[in-house]
Write a protein that binds this ligand. Structure first.
Ligand code: GLN
Length: 262
């Protein structure tokens, strides 16, 4: 039995669960899969829900809110261990991607001072050695959807045309060099441009390298990375769960991250 969890505290988790339900129905009629595997999805709301998961999806939504909810119920620390040390396959879309990044900029919409204790500001789970910038597109482009060719994806998604939906989306600006990574969280300051770093607890030596899967714009200097993989961790700035009837990205995650690792 393969159990795929969806973090269900806030945001677009219903849409991810609905995509998984439809996909699992398709797979139950597919000989290649139905003889070998049975699939189940599960809402993850508390630490106990992580028991015997084979993979996890972090949905889009609002990353500061999600981070605070994760800190309150102990999930943040549990997920850190599962993802950074136990290498649980994990995919974050949009706000979910932000939670998986080791460095985050433009966190000025955090709730410091507004009825939220200081220790409860935005904190990341980490796992991707990248610097992500929140709300990266200007006003006119706040939300848009566009078809892209997925040249750097492998398997069934290689060169596939895919509709990418961006909603106040983050963009990865830099892939961090592993040698210069800060092992500890940097002290918080309240300037707008501060960088929030995830506490790093994983193995710094035997780390997979980040692989850029989709970059917007033709110029590498623009560096608008919107899909990335690093070992067990996958992130997209866009929302495949919001594209009706298209479960290919969910299937790719299950094939490439979950089934390839068992
Ligand atoms: N702007 C949101 C954030 O920074 C992410 C938006 C989304 O998930 N669609 O948390």
């Amino acid at each position: 039995l393969i159990i795929v969890g969806v973090l269900a505290l806030q945001g677009s988790y219903h849409e991810h669960l609905a995509h998984l339900t439809s996909l699992f129905e398709d797979l139950s009629n597919d000989k290649e899969y139905n003889l070998k595997y049975e699939f189940e999805s599960r809402e993850v709301k508390k630490v106990e829900d992580l028991d015997s998961l084979n993979g996890l999806i972090l949905p889009g939504g609002e990353s500061t809110t999600m981070s605070i909810l994760l800190q309150r119920n102990g999930l943040l620390e549990a997920l850190k261990r599962l993802i950074q040390i136990d290498k649980l396959p994990c995919w974050g879309s949009c706000a979910g991607l932000i939670l998986l990044c080791n460095e985050i900029t433009n966190t000025n919409i955090d709730l410091s001072g507004k009825n939220v204790e200081k220790s409860m500001r935005y904190k990341s789970i980490g796992g991707l050695d990248v610097r992500v910038h929140r709300n990266s597109f200007g006003r006119q482009l706040d939300s848009f959807s566009e078809k892209f060719t997925l040249e750097n994806f492998d398997g069934e998604l290689h060169n596939a045309e895919f509709t990418c939906v961006f909603i106040r989306a983050p963009v990865i600006k830099d892939v961090l060099s592993l040698e210069t990574r800060q092992p500890e969280e940097a002290p918080h300051s309240d300037t707008e441009n501060r960088i929030v770093r995830a506490t790093y607890i994983g193995d710094i030596v035997n780390r997979a390298k980040p692989e850029v899967l989709l970059r917007l714009g033709s110029n590498e200097k623009d560096s608008m990375i919107v899909a990335i993989r690093q070992g067990n961790v996958f992130g997209t700035s866009f929302h495949p769960e919001l594209v009706k009837g298209d479960y290919r990205m969910h299937k790719w995650f299950i094939d490439r991250f979950i089934l390839d690792s068992i």
